[in-house]
Design a protein around this ligand. Structure first.
Ligand code: AMP
Ligand code: ZN
Length: 114
């Protein structure tokens, strides 16, 4: 989608600090970090949110989860710990409608989140 900012980052039309990429996903640092490490993991395929993904995307969604520890390792927080967040829909505060997992780390997290 040409008007989607994350599709444009995946296509390298908009610069980003890329941490990891393969044929299905790309991870890049969040422009407004909420923790010392704040990286976004997105599929290259445009999907507006988890609500639109469906079971047929299980492999792709699983790939995001499976790669998170490797991306956390690159960012130096695999051992210290990290949190993955996928905001979905209005109450979550989702702002960008291209599925993304926030990988947050480098400080103690609060639970429950606000
Ligand atoms: P969400 O509220 O879950 O939709 O999160 C969207 C995230 O995308 C926010 O944390 C933003 O800071 C981040 N973001 C928006 N535009 C960019 C960009 N051009 N590069 C990196 N991160 C971005
Ligand atoms: Zn997109």
């Amino acid at each position: 989608m040409s008007d989607c900012i994350f599709c444009r980052i995946a296509a390298k039309e908009i610069p980003a600090k890329v941490v990891y990429e393969d044929d299905r996903i790309i991870a890049f640092d969040d422009i407004r970090p909420q923790a010392p490490v704040h990286t976004l993991i997105i599929p290259r395929t445009h999907l507006a949110s988890l609500n639109e993904a469906g079971p047929e995307r299980a492999d792709l969604l699983g790939h995001i989860l499976a790669k998170a520890p490797e991306i956390a390792e690159i960012k130096g927080v695999k051992a210290s710990g990290f949190r993955l967040v996928i905001n979905t829909g209005p109450d979550s505060g989702q702002d960008v409608f291209h599925i993304h997992a926030h990988l947050l780390g480098g400080r103690k997290m609060q639970w429950p989140p606000g």
